[in-house]
Design a protein around this ligand. Structure first.
Ligand code: PLP
Length: 280
């Protein structure tokens, strides 16, 4: 694989980062993952806008423009013959030259890394079969709206899910589901309303979520943004998730409780097909 590191396109074995890089020592870094379908980026403008916001919130300088970054993404797609999968981007506050909590001087160069990941997105088996989720406490920090690389809590949540025979975890805070370990969550009520948690600092502002709300409005599908509990999820007629790596996946059980008939629900399938239509 050819990867991008600070202006160079190099074989992955040759890409080297300092042990003093703040991304490594302090998780002082932000990231984005943009899907690729048919060799094309999905909603790059949305991902760039969120990256710029994450940088502003943390006082990280983003010196490249939207067009510069789009070109880097496109060159990596070409160099790696990527037709379907994603591109991971990480920007760190660079190298302090030592381990020091204080931010380095503002002119310190940041570290920018991008790499491609080839995988099925459109025909992923989980998109038709669905996934099983379990709930667990949300132990993350209070600025989940910033897309930082502090991902130990989601890693622990996924390990918890695996240990409990599930594919993923829904995180719970103060009795309500915040989001999934790496996705936004939705339930469908008996009157066919899609419920999802409103935006705040408690969840990541998903780019896929934003697109689904817009597409829903265009197609007369009703969304309601409000909190919901694990119990409501277990009793819902449908449950699903969204993210740039999954688009829309059905959830067929929550905490061992089967959802509906244990298969992908009609509204979930409809939303996924509307989203795929937009992508393709
Ligand atoms: N919530 C969390 C915690 C995530 O990690 C992600 C994506 O990785 C999402 C939500 C979904 O966001 P997006 O649709 O922008 O991928």
């Amino acid at each position: 694989r050819t990867v991008y590191l600070n202006g160079e396109y190099v074989p992955e074995e040759e890409a080297k980062i300092s042990v003093f890089d703040r991304g490594f020592l302090f998780a002082d870094a932000v990231y984005e993952v943009t899907a690729v379908v048919n060799g094309k980026l999905v909603d790059f403008a949305g991902h760039f806008a969120r990256l710029a916001r994450s940088c502003r919130e943390l006082g990280l300088s983003l010196t490249l423009s939207e067009n510069d970054l789009r070109e880097i993404h496109q060159r990596l797609i070409a160099e790696n013959d990527l037709t379907e999968g994603g591109i991971y981007l990480q920007l760190t506050r660079g190298n302090s030259g030592d381990r020091d909590f204080h931010f380095p001087p503002s002119q310190t160069p940041t570290t920018l890394v991008l790499f491609t990941q080839s995988r099925a997105v459109v025909d992923h088996p989980a998109a038709s079969k669905g996934i099983r989720v379990v709930t667990c406490p949300d132990i993350r920090w209070q600025r989940r709206d910033i897309k930082t690389v502090q991902l130990l809590a989601p890693c622990l949540a996924k390990a918890w899910a695996e240990a409990n025979g599930a594919d993923d975890a829904f995180l719970v805070e103060d009795g309500f589901i915040t989001e999934g370990s790496s996705c936004n969550c939705y339930i469908v009520t008996a009157d066919k309303t899609i419920v999802t948690r409103p935006l705040s600092n408690n969840i990541l502002h998903g780019i896929t979520r934003k697109a689904l709300l817009r597409l829903g409005e265009e197609h007369g599908i009703t969304f309601e943004e409000r909190l919901f509990t694990p119990e409501e999820a277990r009793r819902a007629s449908e449950v699903f998730i969204s993210s740039a790596t999954t688009f829309v996946w059905p959830v067929v059980s929550v905490d061992g409780q089967q959802i509906g008939d244990g298969k992908a629900g009609e509204i979930t399938k409809l939303l996924r097909s509307i989203y795929l239509e937009m992508v393709e």
